[in-house]
Each structure stands twice: as C-alpha cells, then as structure tokens.
Design a protein around this ligand. Structure first.
Ligand SMILES: C[S@@+](CC[C@H](N)C(=O)[O-])C[C@H]1O[C@@H](n2cnc3c(N)ncnc32)[C@H](O)[C@@H]1O
Length: 269
C-alpha cells in the first residue's frame, strides 16, 4: 500500500490532514451525538487529526485509533501526547486486532476509498462494534467534484488522480455512492444516509479562497506519486495551478465536492 498510497506520508501530508480535519469538521461531525457512548474506534486515523477533534467534543470517550502507517502513527503520538484517553494501534482495516462487540462507536473518515476490499473493512468494523452501538462511515464520492463553468485543467488532473487511486492504489474513489449497498449486503441496518457538501462555493459560512486552497492541496497531495508513475506531468500541474488561481479571482466560477455519511447498526439477519 505504502508505495501506491496517493497522498503519501510526508510532513506536508501530516499538515494537510490536520488542516483538512478543521476545514471539514462541520460536514464530518455536525449532527452526531456521542454523549451516550464510552468508547470509539477510528479506523484509518492517520496522524490523529479527527481523534483530536472528537476528544474536544466528547471528552468522556475512550478513543482508539488504528492505522496501517507507522509513520503517521508516530506523528499521531506526538500530536496527541497530551491526551490520556487515546490509544493508537498499528493494524490493517480488513483484519482488526480487537474482539467482537468491543466498541460503542466505530468510525471511518476518508478511509474506505483507499481499500482494495472496502466491504471487508466495513465487515470488520461491524464485528467489533456492539449490537447497541453505531458504525459511522464518512466517505468521498469523487463523481460529485466539479466546477461550473468546467475548468478543463483541473478536471484533467482530477481524472488522472482518480485513475491512479483506482489502478495503482487499488481503491475506489467513488465509494460514497456504493456505501449503503455494501453495508446492507453485510447485514447492517442503515439508520441515516446523508449527502454531505464537503466543499461548496455556495457555502457562505466558509471563505471561498480557503475552500479553493483546500481543494488545490488535496489534488496536489497526489502530485509526487502521479508524476513518478506517469499519470501526470509538471505541465499538467502548472495548468491546474493557473486554473485554481483564476477560480480564486473569479467569483462567478462555482465549485462543489460532496461526500456521503452513513450511520448504521450491526443488524441481525
Ligand atoms: C486520507 S487518510 C484519512 C485519515 C483520517 N481519517 C483523517 O480524516 O484525517 C487515510 C488513512 O488510511 C490509512 N490506511 C489506508 N489503507 C489502510 C488499511 N488497509 N488499513 C488501515 N489503514 C489504512 C492510511 O495510512 C491513511 O492514514
């Protein structure tokens, strides 16, 4: 996974993940109620950016974060050192090292798109969450990304980004649209499925330039690997940057990027 993980594990990626968690905290967390829960597992916790936010909103929770990347987990240890109720575990999402019915809440945020078998990841999360607990999956649907009027240089990069992720990364950048069907096929009882506007030029609560900066950083996070494997060129990257600069200066250029949030219970067949 490491070589073909599109975002990489650099310090720059660590900073991007922390900024991303703050920028997207409303679409990821609003409306969630953790008050009755005592334990939460985040699979794919990376550098702990989301755990840090969860800890602030629900300090009663004992938090566990699991990730495949030792480097990201080292960064998480440093970032979360002051929190006593967080444990971090290196492991694989498809074979979680926890017993059945261990957690009140199991959560993934921007993880399943990277798995070659997302169903196996969801099945494991359902296994380790209590029958009375909740599994909360917030995942991208990259079909939802777009500019109006279209920005061909950005879309060319986006197309290459998604192809890299599917072909070399082995993931599914369009997983959001299939989440409900996968969860139900595993016997989960879907309680709520909500489209989330991750980024939107019509969102006046967030600064337009900040939202575009977020999108540009997301797309550029794939640059090193995309270029190394022939999916993109320096010229494509320059053209994309120019298009982002234009979008920043022209408020009539609209943009949107969406995700899906699913809240489900284990369910019984
Ligand atoms: C885009 S990051 C999301 C991080 C975090 N949820 C957040 O929102 O900041 C995806 C994370 O999933 C991890 N990951 C990818 N495949 C994995 C797997 N099979 N098992 C566990 N973690 C995995 C990566 O190492 C990375 O840290």
């Amino acid at each position: 996974m490491a070589e073909h993980y599109i975002h990489g594990f650099s310090d720059e990626e660590r900073r991007r993940l922390i900024a991303q968690a703050q920028m997207l905290s409303t679409p990821v967390f609003d409306g969630l109620d953790f008050s009755g829960a005592q334990s939460l597992l985040e699979v794919g916790c990376a550098v702990g950016a989301e755990l840090h936010l969860i800890e602030q909103h629900a300090p009663q929770l004992a938090l566990t974060g699991l990730d495949l990347s030792a480097r990201h987990l080292r960064a998480a240890h440093a970032w979360l050192a002051q929190h006593e109720r967080i444990s971090l575990v290196q492991g694989e999402a498809r074979t979680l090292p926890f017993p059945d019915d261990r957690f009140d809440i199991g959560i993934t945020i921007w993880l399943l798109e990277h798995l070659d078998d997302a169903a196996a990841g969801i099945r494991e999360l359902l296994r380790v969450v209590k029958p009375t607990g909740s599994v909360i999956l917030t995942e991208v649907d990259n079909h939802s990304f777009g500019f109006d009027p279209p920005q061909p240089a950005i879309l060319a990069w986006w197309d290459a980004f998604n192809r890299f992720q599917a072909e070399l990364g082995g993931g599914d950048p369009y997983i959001g649209g299939r989440l409900r069907q996968i969860a139900e096929s595993l016997g989960a009882e879907v309680q709520v499925e909500t489209p989330r506007a991750v980024i939107s030029s019509s969102d006046t609560t967030r600064n337009r330039a900040d939202q575009l900066r977020y999108l540009r950083d997301l797309l550029e996070s794939g640059a090193e690997r995309m270029r190394a494997h022939g999916y993109a060129t320096a010229e494509m990257q320059r053209a994309m940057a120019t298009a982002f600069d234009r979008a920043r200066l022209q408020p009539d250029i609209a943009f949107h990027y969406g995700a899906v949030r699913l809240i489900c219970r284990k369910g019984y067949r």
